[in-house]
Design a protein around this ligand. Structure first.
Ligand code: PRP
Length: 183
């Protein structure tokens, strides 16, 4: 087992834990304003969204329900295959409810574009997206995100839920990986 320090594999920190918490608090305030008086179900997309869900939900002071989905967008090996499958569906029936999908990153847009239309077909009152990060240059599918933490360049980022080969999700900050890690 590799017991080296994960943080030391970052070449640059893009967002610190504190910056992330501050931004999520701002997003939570917007969400509370927009969904005032409405029933709200937030849906986290496993596994990457675990950290964002935990911190965003705790920044909300209103009642909110949490549910989870697991989705595979690597059907036949690569993301470009465009194959999306549900590995774990919602427990909740969303008909007539306001649904907010929470994810940590929109990259090509494939996952959330597919998921938005899937959830929209279940008769919810509304479906919207909150994402901590978005890569506008990488988008290949149209995805409308109502709440975006930051737009970032098309670079490989890890930490705070984002992984490289299942590692680095547990880093508190978000940063770019040193090339020696993947070369
Ligand atoms: C990430 C992220 C999004 C998706 C975005 O999940 O959580 O759901 O990729 O990429 P896209 O816009 O190109 O579809 P991933 O499939 O890496 O799974 P994970 O959350 O388990 O890491």
């Amino acid at each position: 087992m590799d017991t080296s320090d994960a943080q030391s594999d970052l070449v640059e920190v893009l967002f610190t834990e504190q910056q992330i918490h501050e931004r999520l608090a701002e997003m939570a305030a917007e969400i509370e304003k927009d969904y005032q008086g409405k029933d709200l179900l937030i849906v986290g997309i496993l596994k990457g969204a675990v950290m964002v869900m935990a911190d965003l939900a705790r920044s909300l002071t209103r009642h909110v329900e949490m549910d989870w989905m697991a989705i595979s967008s690597y059907g036949s090996g690569t993301k470009s295959s465009g194959v999306v499958r549900i590995l774990k569906d919602l427990d909740a029936d969303i008909s007539g409810r306001h649904v907010l999908i929470v994810d940590e990153i929109i990259d090509t847009g494939l996952t959330l574009s597919w998921l938005t239309s899937n959830l929209s077909s279940r008769g919810p009152a509304s479906v919207a997206i909150a994402t901590l990060l978005r890569k506008p240059e990488a988008l290949t599918m149209p995805v409308e995100a109502k709440y975006v933490g930051w737009d970032i360049p098309n670079e490989f980022v890890v930490g705070y839920g984002l992984d490289y080969r299942e590692r680095y999700r547990n880093l508190r900050d978000i940063g770019t990986l040193a090339p020696h890690v993947y070369s």
